[in-house]
Design a protein around this ligand. Structure first.
Ligand code: FAD
Length: 482
């Protein structure tokens, strides 16, 4: 007889494994199905290994600026691509094993294989329909079972996303890379074209530039990191260009010609001209698309839209007993959004009172390039588009003591308030460690804070976080240190 559960979760990424833990905490008999890597894209091919690479880049950047800090370096510091990638893979392996351990600790059954929903309440697990991305970490020791039929009152789809490809410029794994190849180069290319300047593209561009690679970014929108505030990304662009990155905006790669060991991209610029740019490799970073195929969704009548499962604020689909969370349930495709949706979904299933639907307007976004960019809430352009009456405050890192002492005085904090109510509508940052700072504003927004409460908050000195308070003061004509 098919083994039966309260909840079966398909996919062990940050959405799936966190949902499984919460379900188990709430006393639900839980199983998780995974076909490839425990921890999903995030731990194995996304958030974590990229941050490990970017840490190597950061240390190298610092080493190249020892002199600025009164330090003498005898000899040179050079990247060893194999060792840099090796460190990144080791970090990923550690966390991958950690997810296996967490499943065991929380008494969650791991079912190995690819799941398909055959009817509400039933899945069949079979062999993966696509090859596993190599190298694969060892499977967790606590895999309970594999191919077979399983039943559950509630089935949560947490199958994530994969790289999107442009027709005619499909990644081939050799000359045209996706993030998978970009994360594990055997040798560093001498030159690189990055197509797309969202978070993924810009992080790889920043990493490879730090490694000494000649990098060209081509972005179809008028600004890099197009979802971010334009004033912030203009500052980021200036600094990236200062680091030697070449950037084309309002430009698109219309064609790519391949040679034995190089590619030539035809880049159409806004003035209608076409430039040919040749490089060793091209990274296609034009977005991701939900993994909705081979799950049986069509036969079940599960509603999808633009490649993602349609859900309400609690992860419910239009079919009773079937839920979706994380990347497969649509943007913003971020790990912390996936985790949060997983917890909300499971708490609702368990019947907990006062479960709040996920508020996508309060999901922070972080890009770990050099300089870092972070934000929460709406941009100035969006606020104007919505016809809101706003107050905007700004504060530069150049007037912050700690930033100057760190040698990191290039950055800015920008805040947007509703003029009438004083509600914080958006916060945007560029500069060192802003991906850590942004959480201050996320908490504030979640508590529906106003300018007054922020002004009454004491920020420690000397810290870069003081720029946050100064930006708030600036919005109300009360800035102190500028
Ligand atoms: C290069 C890169 C860098 C990134 N950096 C960040 C970052 O810094 N911060 C951030 O928040 N986000 C980042 N992201 C995005 C982040 O990785 C995703 O938002 C996150 O992984 C989504 O989690 P998920 O649980 O929805 O799905 P995933 O992590 O994609 O996991 C889905 C899992 O489901 C499994 N699966 C799929 N179909 C089946 C099936 N039928 N049966 C069984 N198993 C199945 C897959 O094998 C996979 O393991 C990055 C992404 C990339 C590519």
């Amino acid at each position: 007889m098919a083994e039966s559960y309260d909840v079966i979760i398909i996919g062990s990424g940050p959405g799936g494994y966190v949902a499984a833990i919460r379900a188990s905490q709430l006393g639900l008999k839980t199983a998780i199905v995974e076909r490839e890597h425990m921890g999903g894209i995030c731990l194995n091919w996304g958030c974590i290994p990229t941050k490990a690479l970017l840490r190597s880049a950061e240390v190298l950047d610092h080493a190249n600026h020892f002199k600025d800090y009164g330090l003498v370096l005898e000899g040179t510091v050079k990247p060893d691509a194999k060792a840099v990638v090796g460190r990144s893979r080791a970090v990923s392996a550690r966390l991958n094993a950690g997810v296996g351990f967490l499943m065991k600790k929380n008494k969650i059954d791991i079912i190995w294989g690819e799941a398909k929903i055959t009817k509400p309440g039933e899945i069949v697990v079979g062999k993966p329909s696509k090859p596993v991305v190599e190298p694969q970490h060892p499977l967790p020791k606590n895999v309970k079972s594999g191919e077979g039929t399983y039943t559950a009152k509630h089935i949560i789809i947490a199958t994530g996303a994969r790289p999107r490809a442009l027709p005619g410029i499909e990644p081939d794994g050799k000359l045209i890379w996706t993030y998978f190849e970009a994360l594990k180069p055997d040798v560093l290319p001498k030159s690189l074209i990055v197509m797309g300047s969202g978070a993924i593209g810009i992080e790889f561009a920043s990493f490879y530039r730090s490694m000494g690679v000649d990098v060209t970014i081509v972005e179809v929108m008028p600004t890099i990191m197009p979802v971010e505030d334009a004033e912030i990304t203009a500052i980021a662009r200036k600094q990236l260009e200062k680091r030697g990155l070449k950037i084309f905006t309002s430009a698109k790669v219309s064609k790519v010609e391949k040679a034995a060991d190089s590619v030539t991209a035809h880049v159409e610029t806004a003035d209608g001209k076409v430039q040919q740019i040749t490089a060793d490799r091209l990274i296609s970073a034009v977005g991701v698309q939900g993994n909705i195929e081979n799950l049986g969704l069509e036969a079940l009548g599960v509603k999808t839209d633009r490649g993602c499962v349609v859900i309400d604020g609690y992860g419910k689909t239009n079919i009773t007993g079937i839920y979706a969370i994380g990347d497969v349930a649509g943007p913003p495709m971020l790990a912390h959004k996936a985790e949060h949706e997983g917890v909300v979904c499971v708490e609702k299933i368990a019947g907990l009172p006062n479960v709040h639907p996920t508020d996508k307007g309060k999901v922070p976004g972080c890009t770990y390039c050099n300089p870092q960019v972070a934000s929460v809430g709406i941009t100035e352009a969006k606020a104007k588009e919505q016809g809101l009456d706003i107050r905007v405050g700004r504060f530069s890192f150049a007037a912050n003591g700690k930033a100057i002492a760190l040698g990191e005085d290039q950055g800015m904090v920008k805040v947007i308030f509703d003029k009438k109510t004083g509600e914080l509508l958006g916060a945007h940052m560029v500069g060192a460690e802003v991906t850590e700072l942004i959480q201050g504003f996320v908490v504030a927004m979640n508590l529906e804070t106003t300018e007054e409460e922020l002004m009454h908050t004491i920020f420690p000195h000397p810290t870069v976080s003081e720029t946050m308070k100064e930006a708030v003061l600036d919005a109300y004509g009360r800035v102190l240190n500028a």
